[in-house]
Design a protein around this ligand. Structure first.
Ligand SMILES: Cc1cc2nc3c(=O)[nH]c(=O)nc-3n(C[C@H](O)[C@H](O)[C@H](O)COP(=O)(O)OP(=O)(O)OC[C@H]3O[C@@H](n4cnc5c(N)ncnc54)[C@H](O)[C@@H]3O)c2cc1C
Length: 384
C-alpha cells in the first residue's frame, strides 16, 4: 500500500485547482447571492473535459479513474459546491450511472454521445413528496401501452430539473395483475407531458437548480427502459453507492476551503495585542480541523479507489462508500461551523465565504442517502 498519486492524477488535481481558483471562487459569492445558474462555468468545464466525469472515453467522456474523478471534484468544490453539484457530482454522473451500469450498448450509444458532445445536463429523478429516504415508496407509475409506457406522477428536489435535456426517472411498472415493478427510464425533457414545477429557494447550493418534475401521460418508447422491469431499485441503490465517494469529495473541498480561510484569518486578526492564532484555543480548533480533513480524505480516496474495483470485478464497496460519505460530510459540517467561529462576528456576515461554506456543507449530510440512512447501512453490515 502506498499513498502517492500518479503523474496523471496530480495533473488532474492541479488543473481542477487552478480552474477553481480562476474561474469559480471569484464568482462564488455573486452566484450565491443571485441564485444564478452557472452556465458560463459549466461551458468552460465542458471545454476542459471536466464535465461528464463518470463517462468512459468510448462514449465521449474523459474516461478517467475514480480517484482522479474525486480529486477533481474536491478541488472544484473548494471553489463552489453548487457548481460542482450541478456539473459532475449530484448532476450528470448521478443521473447517468443507471444507464452506465444497467443500459445496453445500443442505449449508451444512443444517449451518451449527444449528452457528452453537447455538454447537456441530465437529472436523476427518484425522490417524491412521500418517498425520500424510503425510495421504495415512490408512487410514479408506468403502464404498458403497446410499444410504449405511459408515465404519470411527480418528483421533488430534483437537481438540474429545469435545465436538463434528459431525466432518469424511477417509476413502478404496473403489470396486468396490478403488481408493482420498480423500473427506470430515460426521458427527454421535450416529451409532451414532462413539466417542470416549482424551483426551490434553498439554504445553500444556491446556484444549483433544484425543482419539481411532473409527468402527465408521458409516452415513453419501450427502448428507453433501462435494464429490466423490476430492476429500478437495484439500479438506484447501486447508483447511490457509486455517487457517495463524490459527496465525500465535495465535502472535503468545502471543508478544505473553510479551513484555509480560517487559518489565514487567524494569522491576521489581532485581539488583545496579538493575532488570535497565538491562543491555544484557536490552535486546537485548527489542529482538529486539519486532522479531521486528513482522515476524511483517506476514507474518500479509499472509497474512490474501490469504486474502480467495483466497476472492474464487482467487488462490493457499499460499506466503504457509506463510511466516506458519512464521515466527510460530518467533518465538513464541523469544520465549516468552526471556521465561522474563528471569524467571529465577521464570519456570520456575507462579507466572507465561510458562512456560505457552512450552508453548503449542511446538504451533504442530507442528500444521496441521509447520514442516518448511511448509519443504518453501516450498522446492518457490521451486525450482519
Ligand atoms: C438540494 C437538494 C438536492 C437534491 N437532489 C436530488 C436529486 O437530484 N434527485 C433526487 O432524487 N433527490 C434529490 N434530493 C432529495 C434528497 O435525496 C432527499 O431530500 C433525501 O433523500 C432525504 O429525503 P427527505 O428529504 O424526504 O427526508 P425524509 O426521508 O423525510 O427524512 C427526514 C429525516 O428523517 C430521517 N430518517 C428517515 N428515515 C429514517 C430511519 N429509518 N431511521 C432514522 N432516521 C430516518 C432522515 O435521515 C432525515 O433526517 C435533493 C434534495 C436537496 C435538498
Amino acid at each position: 500500500m502506498h499513498f502517492y498519486l500518479t503523474e496523471e492524477q496530480l495533473a488532474y488535481q492541479k488543473m481542477a485547482r487552478e480552474f477553481a481558483d480562476k474561474e469559480i471562487t471569484p464568482f462564488a459569492r455573486e452566484l450565491d447571492e443571485k441564485e444564478e445558474f452557472p452556465w458560463e462555468i459549466l461551458k468552460k468545464l465542458h471545454a476542459l473535459g471536466l464535465h461528464d466525469l463518470a463517462v468512459p472515453e468510448e462514449y465521449g467522456g474523459p474516461g478517467i479513474d475514480s480517484l482522479s474523478y474525486s480529486l477533481i471534484i474536491e478541488q472544484l468544490a473548494r471553489g463552489c459546491a453548487g457548481v460542482v453539484v450541478t456539473s459532475s457530482a449530484n448532476g450528470n454522473s448521478l443521473a447517468l450511472y443507471p444507464l452506465l451500469i444497467g443500459g445496453t450498448k445500443e442505449q449508451k450509444e444512443r444517449f451518451l454521445p449527444s449528452i457528452t458532445k453537447g455538454g447537456k445536463l441530465v437529472s436523476f429523478a427518484l425522490t417524491e413528496p412521500n418517498a425520500g429516504s424510503d425510495a421504495a415508496a415512490i408512487a410514479t407509475t408506468a403502464r404498458r401501452d403497446g410499444k410504449h409506457y405511459i408515465l404519470n406522477g411527480s418528483k421533488c428536489f430534483i437537481t438540474n430539473a429545469s435545465y436538463a435535456a434528459y431525466h432518469t426517472v424511477f417509476a413502478h411498472v404496473i403489470d396486468g395483475s396490478g403488481a408493482k415493478k420498480p423500473s427506470v427510464f430515460m426521458l427527454e425533457s421535450s416529451m409532451p407531458g414532462v413539466i417542470v414545477g416549482k424551483k426551490e429557494k434553498k439554504m445553500g447550493l444556491r446556484c444549483s437548480d433544484t425543482a419539481e418534475l411532473f409527468f402527465e401521460d408521458v409516452k415513453v418508447p419501450q427502448e428507453n427502459l433501462i435494464g429490466k422491469e423490476g430492476e429500478g431499485l437495484r439500479l438506484a441503490m447501486k447508483t447511490l453507492d457509486l455517487a457517495r465517494p463524490s459527496v465525500g469529495a465535495i465535502s472535503l473541498g468545502i471543508a478544505q476551503a473553510a479551513y484555509e480561510a480560517a487559518l489565514a484569518y487567524s494569522k491576521t486578526r489581532v485581539q488583545f495585542g496579538r493575532p488570535i492564532c497565538k491562543n491555544q484555543a484557536i490552535q486546537f480548533m485548527l489542529a482538529d480541523m486539519a486532522t479531521q480533513i486528513e482522515a476524511a480524505r483517506l476514507l474518500v480516496y479509499q472509497a474512490s479507489w474501490l469504486k474502480d474495483k467495483f466497476y472492474q470485478k464487482g467487488t462490493p464497496f457499499t460499506e466503504k462508500a457509506a463510511f466516506a460519505k458519512v464521515f466527510a460530510s460530518d467533518v465538513a459540517m464541523q469544520v465549516t461551523t468552526d471556521a465561522v467561529q474563528i471569524f467571529g462576528g465577521y464570519g456570520y456576515t456575507r462579507d466572507y465565504l465561510v458562512e456560505k461554506y457552512m450552508r453548503d456543507a449542511k446538504i451533504m449530510q442530507i442528500f444521496e442517502g441521509s447520514n442516518q440512512i448511511q448509519r443504518i447501512v453501516i450498522a446492518s453490515r457490521i451486525l450482519g
